[in-house]
Design a protein around this ligand. Structure first.
Ligand code: F0G
Length: 452
């Protein structure tokens, strides 16, 4: 059998609420055309994010009861530490409340004015945390990543020549760390190849620059390596994942993604001196080192989630669901970013609504149109998310349909595809937006807009 089915059966269900088109028009107006401002009960199918939205397994729910809530030295911490160490091999492991807390701690120590931090592509919170310290975040994707229809299997790769040029031109002492984001969320959720990571590692070693992974979606990246990198097809995904971590000096990971947890994350690294400085900040900003920003029960859920996420039947279903939705959209002629990656299907908003220029947010027009059409919530990843005073602007205008892990069925995906096909047929009616209010950074979360 080739059909990838959901590798679970459903034990608990949560009803979703249907609304009328008129209600949704009103709700969207009240939310100032920003879907982050909607109440989730007014959303039928929520593809805003794959972060913190996973359905936990029976074993994860059971693990919550084992949570040891002691302030110091909790049993749950040691279980968590062992799970993270088995996966990553790093010496120092700090739990944090979510990914951006790890970013804050790491860049508070390594960032600062005059510093440059390159990545294949920074996520928006990573960029904001770097730039908040006065350092500069630099994206160095391969050129193929900026061509929405290029079929390159690893559009998450770092442009190694551009990285070397940067190091030579500014000098390695201004680059305290280099990041690799697995997978590259902001340009399409594309994986990084093992070969590329090895090359980056070698280059950085020559210049004595440490490498850290933003490893939120490490399991999806490892599975895509197994599928797409011929020399790796014979290996287990867990084995590939361990090698990914072994090539870096440390990582931060939002467990809200491939931790299959609803909250949490960690920062893990080898360098003793760096760890000492981070430990002090952890106590100041997050909590005592054996719980960080989390309850004991959260640590238990993550420890269990990190094991489940590497099960190959799960990953086959996971990557298969994304590919299935992508195929339905292709059949409807909707322009998507090729090839689809690990956690989401991305629509090429510039091609979908070419009548709307970037400054009027074509992606946001599609997001709002889709909500009104069918109650489906997606997210803009373009000039609205990537613009603002602390940012570099958007490289692509995208709409992301992120799939929460283990939450929606094939029928839900078919409904989403049908809604998008209907919207696409009416695309000439889509109008752009004007920003009415915006915060100086991470503005998309709270921005208020007005239709033109
Ligand atoms: N790095 C990447 C690549 C991410 O995708 C995210 C979060 C973070 C870091 C920060 O982690 O949310 O736990 O603080 N991405 C979510 C998303 C918000 O919707 O893609 P966090």
């Amino acid at each position: 059998m080739r059909m990838p089915i959901e590798p679970f059966r459903i034990k608990v269900v949560e009803p979703i609420r249907f609304t009328t088109r008129e209600e949704r028009q009103q709700l969207l107006r009240a939310a100032r055309y920003n879907v982050f401002r909607l109440r989730s009960e007014d959303v039928l199918i929520d593809l805003l994010t794959d972060s913190g939205t996973a359905a936990m397994s029976d074993l994860q729910w059971a693990a919550l009861l084992r949570g040891d809530e002691a302030y110091a030295g909790a049993r749950s911490y040691y279980r968590f530490e062992e799970a993270v160490r088995q996966l990553t091999g790093y010496r120092h492991i700090f739990p944090v409340h979510q990914g951006r807390a790890a970013e804050h701690l790491l860049f508070a120590v390594l960032g600062g004015p005059g510093k440059l931090i390159p990545s294949n592509t920074h996520f928006d919170t990573t960029r904001a945390n770097i730039e908040h310290t006065g350092a500069q975040a630099i994206d160095l994707p391969i050129p193929e990543a900026l061509n929405p229809v290029h079929p390159h299997p690893f559009k998450g790769n770092m442009n190694v020549e551009a990285l070397e040029e940067l190091i030579r031109s500014v000098g390695p002492e201004r680059i305290p760390v280099c990041l690799m984001t697995l997978t590259n969320n902001t340009l399409g959720g594309h994986p990084v190849s093992l070969e590329n990571l090895r090359q980056v590692r070698q280059l950085l070693q020559r210049y004595g620059i440490p490498l850290f992974l933003d490893a939120c979606r490490f399991a999806e990246n490892a599975y895509l390596i197994k599928l797409r990198e011929q020399s790796q097809a014979h290996r287990s995904v867990a084995d590939i994942a361990r090698e990914l971590f072994s090539l870096a000096d440390g990582c931060f990971l939002s467990a809200k993604k491939d931790g299959l947890a609803n909250i949490g994350g960690f920062l893990a690294l080898n360098d003793d001196e760096l760890a000492e400085r981070i430990r002090h900040l952890l106590i100041l900003y997050e909590g005592f080192p054996t719980y960080g920003g989390l309850a004991g029960r959260d640590l238990e859920a993550i420890a269990q989630g990190l094991q489940e996420v590497l099960q190959e039947e799960y990953l086959r279903y996971r990557i298969g669901s994304v590919a299935y939705l992508a195929e339905l959209l292709r059949q409807a002629q909707i322009p998507i970013i090729e090839p689809p990656g690990g956690h989401a299907v991305f629509i090429d908003a510039a091609a979908f609504a070419p009548q709307i220029p970037p400054e009027h947010f074509p992606g946001q027009a599609i997001v709002c149109g889709l909500y009104v059409q069918a109650g489906v919530r997606a997210v803009e990843v373009g000039s609205l998310m990537m613009g603002g005073s602390n940012s570099r602007g958007a490289l692509l205008e995208l709409v992301r349909l992120a799939l929460p892990r283990r939450v929606y069925t094939q029928t839900h995906l078919e409904y989403v595809a049908e809604a998008l096909a209907e919207l696409y047929a009416e695309r000439s009616h889509l109008r752009g937006f004007r920003l009415v209010r915006a915060a100086p950074f991470l503005r998309h979360f709270t921005a208020e807009l007005e239709p033109l």
